[in-house]
Design a protein around this ligand. Structure first.
Ligand code: URA
Length: 300
């Protein structure tokens, strides 16, 4: 297989950039330099290769003193003493760099940019089956932030969170503490796209969508977060414990108090637990009052 073809295939497989031992690179450079010298004497007017002119950012710059000939592949040089990582690790590492860059870009967005980024997101395969992305609803300056899990069929159709049966229950829960979805709170989901057949989100989908959630929280700056369901809790708190073991106390997300509660869809199937969700709402309301009093005391 030609080197160019090999590079294309590796790129498709997500295996670039390659990690290559320094001594092998030096030997390869010497070999290519020798053959270039020979070619140069035959064809002095040969133009530079296009891929050299548009070198990818990941490529390591070579020292100016020993300008190398065009390199056949994107290469990252590591010390010869270090073991070369297996291809799977290389793929994961290169993916994580791209993910970090994507997360950093999202973390710098304003509200409108974030809405546009969610609407056009193709980071995971959920974009193929969704009808609408679901960014959230409510007052982006609200004190309360309600964080659910993922859109269901109705939410996917209408582009608004919690509009199905679970949503109706959430609305009446909010009404019980004098809130509604238009002004007292902002309601959003951990995932912005519906998983097919309402299956559970997978870890990769959650990880790829999390930067949107993090940025939404930063921009809304709520005084309290009410997190319903285990995927919301996992993403905000990094905890896998049961809802039962986490509810009833204050948790913290980057300085914002978090109250954990049952998901309304669970409550529809377990009506006796509704009283606990009501207690959780009251706890959140007390936390909000406490933080408001504290701010009044300190004049902030
Ligand atoms: N369940 C959720 O977590 N969110 C919705 O928007 C609908 C159902």
């Amino acid at each position: 297989m030609s080197e160019a073809r090999q590079e294309l295939v590796l790129d498709e497989l997500g295996l670039l950039p390659l990690w290559v031992r320094r001594d092998l690179v030096a030997a390869e450079r010497a070999r290519v330099a020798a053959s270039n010298d020979a070619a140069a004497s035959n064809d002095a007017a040969q133009p530079a290769r296009a891929e050299t002119a548009a070198a990818p950012a990941e490529a390591i710059a070579m020292p100016a003193a020993a300008e190398p000939p065009p390199r056949p592949m994107r290469q990252t040089v590591i010390p010869a003493s270090a073991p070369a990582p297996a291809p799977a690790a290389v793929a994961a590492a290169s993916g994580s760099v791209e993910r970090d860059q994507r997360a950093a870009a999202i973390a710098a967005m304003d509200w409108e940019q974030l809405q546009a980024a969610v609407a056009s997101c193709t980071a995971c395969s959920l974009c193929k089956s969704r009808n609408r992305t679901v960014f959230g609803v409510g007052n982006p300056e609200a004190d309360w932030l309600i964080v659910g899990e993922a859109p269901g069929a109705e939410e996917d159709r209408l582009g608004e969170p919690f509009v199905g049966q679970a949503g109706k229950l959430l609305d009446s829960m909010l009404a019980s503490v004098d809130l509604n979805r238009r002004d007292g709170a902002f309601i959003l989901n951990t995932l912005k796209c519906r998983p097919p057949q309402n299956r559970n989100p997978n870890p990769d989908e959650l990880a790829l969508c999390a930067p949107f959630l993090h940025r939404q929280v930063e921009l809304i700056r709520p005084k309290v977060i009410f997190a319903v369901g285990r995927f919301a809790v996992q993403t905000l708190l990094g905890r896998e414990a049961s809802i039962a073991s986490l509810r009833g106390k204050r948790h913290d997300y980057r300085g914002v108090p978090v109250v954990v509660s049952y998901h309304p869809a669970y409550l529809l199937r377990n009506m006796p637990d509704k009283i606990k969700a009501w207690q959780d709402l009251l706890l959140a309301r007390r936390m909000l009052a406490t933080s408001a009093n504290r701010q009044a005391d300190t004049g902030s």
